[in-house]
Design a protein around this ligand. Sequence first.
Ligand code: SAH
Ligand code: SF4
Ligand code: F3S
Length: 468
Amino acid sequence: MRISSVAENTFLNVNYYHLVNDILSRSFGKTPLAFVRTYGCQQNVSDSEKIKGVLKNLGYSFTDDENLSDLIVFNTCAIRQNAQDRVLGNIGILKKIKSKNPKVKIIICGCMTEQDYAANKIKNSYPFVDVVLGTKYLNVLPEVIYNLLIGSKVQVNSLESSDDDIFEDVPIERDSKIKAWVPIMYGCDNFCSYCVVPYVRGREKSRKSEDIVSEVKGLIKQGYKDITLLGQNVNSYGKHLDEKVDFSDLLEMLDNLNGDFRLRFMTSHPKDATKRLIDVIAGSNHICSHIHLPFQSGNNRILKLMNRRYTRESYLEIVNYAKHKIPDLCLTSDIIVGFPGETYEEFLDTVSLIKEVGFASLFTFIYSPRNGTPASLMKDPVTYEEKSKWFSYLLKEQESVSLKIYEEMVGKIFEVLIESRIADNLAVGKTSGNISVEIETLRQDLVGKFINVKITGYNKTKLKARIN
Ligand code: SAH
Ligand code: SF4
Ligand code: F3S
């Protein structure tokens, strides 16, 4: 069965919604259940919310138990080998579920399936998977499900790429009532030499500013309090749009909206982070005092090999400017340990940078070679065991940096958005800087509210506080 080309389809393709609704209500006798598991970054979390939106409109409800489901969707990640291995291991486990219940349908989508070798491996080694679906075919999901339900064999990731399309009319089933993800752009043009994202997500494309503003307005109206703008490099937002707009302009437009909300964004690429961006954050009402600014390595030779297109010095210049302009600024970063050819001395430049900047927290990774990337062809003489030692050392150093930052916060007052309760007398939330806070309180009405708290202590992962 050939699926119609992407251009012929829209999410409002009522026909397929009706057809699937009809089959589901006739053949199940109960609401059919879907299980959606997400791997990888916030972009994937956001895509899964759209997948769930489409499934809900088709007539599915959701379950957390694969064994109870009629449809299983894995939205996969390819960023590192261990992410990919975890997906393959979990697909293997589905064989048992399929043999117990041959009617269950299995769809594997997301970044991993955009690599031919991985898509072929799934098709060849896991023949019980019904569909391998790529990252760009959300709009054909109703048609795919229809074909699955009528028993046709469906192969979708051989469709022509739909790189130019952004679909604005996709229903979204959000995981939270307080925090929302808003993609402002898709894809990546940067081709950092180690990274698979540009190959699996395609070229950068930005959403029109009016569409983003209208989505954020809607979220504020619905009561969302913490809105995160998403993109692989939000700083290059608008580059390929007809309208003349850049990321700072977009932030200003959103900051001007009325309401009680916080605005965050990720990820900022240091090569495109401008002083104007920092000025906009500094002068804003709603933008959080948090910048996630991945530097990857503190050594200029390695940065060049990584094709990051900034230097340690230019990174420090923008960071120091931001620290000077934004009170209580929290910085976080991503780091790769053991890039091919990195020496111990070069790794120590990364350690010295984390101390010099003072990051509140870090996402640290051991380099993982990715098929088709330039770095995977570079000589990589240091053993994984050796890199693991460097990695542990880095974590230890970062722990003392974080604890020092927490220590300096004790006794001060911060505004916290309460996200949930974890016990009768404990609520948890986040500061504007995105640090987790555990608050001692008996009040049960705090979730979704902004509360001023006084920091009373901390442990390795969070601050402790009481209501001020
Ligand atoms: N667009 C973001 C990063 C997205 S990927 C940026 O440029 O900052 C998230 C993180 O995964 C990267 O920042 C990098 O630290 C890590 N990463 C990407 N490819 C990797 C690889 N091949 N091995 C190890 N870590 C990797
Ligand atoms: Fe990957 Fe670099 Fe693009 Fe980030 S900016 S997604 S690290 S290629
Ligand atoms: Fe993974 Fe794709 Fe995100 S590779 S990190 S899910 S963009």
